[in-house]
Write a protein that binds this ligand. Structure first.
Ligand SMILES: Nc1ncnc2c1ncn2[C@@H]1O[C@H](COP(=O)(O)O)[C@@H](O)[C@H]1OP(=O)(O)O
Ligand SMILES: [Mg+2]
Length: 372
């Protein structure tokens, strides 16, 4: 009797291949296929949470008063949704997430807890409880959020999540990203970045917005429309082919506290760059370099003490590599995701298309040597 269909037997019958060949191909084709699909679903749902908050809670008043509460609701909501979905499909995988449920607990956290719960339930269609007393229940908001407390490290698999990267951009109605990555034995194997406000096609900046980028190790990087149904086409993305750095565009943070604009400008000058920098919040910068909107991403540290977090770079890192680019810290050292929740072995970040990467690192080093 024939057993259940496997990817290998399906390929064999479809393409009339010998079973050994079909097996070889199928292990490649299927590598992390389920993880990829679940991660896309989770990022799409979390992006919907963020957009719902933006439409409902961000008003002219919250903006003028610089009230940050909407982003807090969206942050917790997005982390609850992603962790809930990951738990359903991969119950044994721990998660390194940016948020914890402290601010949602007790009487003090009740209002926020109820807002987050209402939002999450409206988005997922599941009835997740906000009742602290029943938090042993599988679908409790607080428990879902606190599945993100894993310490990370060099062994086994874990996910890393930034539910809203670029909170300032979110509040301004500009760029932000929902970022989810899978780390296996200290290396990023899968990354998804959802950019709800990024134009799908940069040649039409006023056109349709909402991009999801995804990459699996060895399989290339792809973009699709955010919230597109799964039959919608994915298209491969590649870094720019620009050979001369003088023709390059570089991007950097909007916030001067996150990256040293004046050092970035000195590096750009040394590279002969004349075009103004593109300032953008969040890991959308990695997405921009991955699809060739810009050639270089510079993140020169402002402070001696700030340590970058793995959830701020894991997804972007694999997307750049799979799109044909390179990423390192300011000393040319690869980002080390195996240490724990932070990139404590690295300083700053530089990403660029492979053709010009060495030259960019050279300019970074020369500029830093001159400054010191
Ligand atoms: N001093 C700093 N240097 C670099 N990054 C920072 C610094 N302070 C905060 N960040 C982080 O930078 C990220 C956003 O960067 P970008 O400017 O590229 O949008 C956020 O995750 C933010 O963390 P946090 O979420 O804790 O504020
Ligand atoms: Mg972040």
């Amino acid at each position: 009797a024939r057993g259940p269909a496997t990817p290998a037997t399906t390929l064999r019958s479809l393409y009339k291949l010998p079973l050994t060949t079909a097996r070889k191909i199928s292990t490649h084709v299927a590598y992390l296929a389920k993880e990829r699909a679940v991660a896309i679903e989770a990022v799409e749902r979390a992006s919907q949470v963020c957009q719902a908050v933006f439409q409902r809670l961000i008003t002219a008043e919250t903006l003028t008063k610089k009230d940050k509460s909407p982003v807090t609701v969206a942050d917790f909501g997005a982390q609850a949704v992603v962790n809930h979905i990951l738990e359903r499909y991969f119950p044994d995988d721990p998660v390194v997430g940016e948020e914890d449920s402290k601010d949602l607990q007790g009487e003090e956290g009740r209002v926020l807890r109820e807002k987050v719960t209402e939002l999450v339930n409206a988005t997922t269609g599941d009835a997740m409880s906000s009742d602290e007393a029943s938090c042993f229940a599988r679908s409790c908001i607080l428990r879902a959020i606190d599945r993100g407390q894993y310490a990370g490290g060099p062994r086994g698999r874990h996910w890393t999540l930034d539910p809203i990267d670029g909170t300032k951009g979110f509040l301004r109605g500009e760029q932000f990203a929902v970022c989810l990555a899978l780390i296996i034995d200290g290396q990023v194997h899968l990354g998804v970045v959802g950019c709800p406000n990024l134009p799908y096609d940069m040649s039409k900046p006023d056109g349709e917005r909402g991009v999801l980028m995804v990459a699996v190790k060895g399989q290339g990087a792809f973009q699709r429309k955010l919230s597109a149904d799964s039959s919608e086409q994915e298209t491969p993305v590649h870094v720019s082919g620009v050979q001369n750095t003088s023709d390059a565009v570089f991007c950097e943070s909007v916030e001067a506290q996150h990256s040293d604009h004046s050092t970035n400008a000195n590096i750009a000058r040394l590279l002969g760059i004349t075009k103004p920098s593109v300032r953008m919040d969040s890991q959308c910068k990695y997405a921009s370099v991955a699809r060739g909107d810009a050639e270089i991403y510079l993140r020169l540290p402002v402070s001696e003490t700030y340590v970058e977090k793995i959830w701020d770079h894991a997804s972007g890192n694999i997307i750049i590599h799979e799109a044909g680019g390179r990423v390192s810290d300011i000393n040319g050292k690869p980002l080390d995701f195996s240490i724990g929740r932070t990139l404590s072995a690295n300083k700053g970040v530089v990403a660029a298309s492979a053709k010009i990467f060495d030259e960019v690192i050279g300019a970074v080093q020369a500029t830093l040597a001159k400054d010191n």
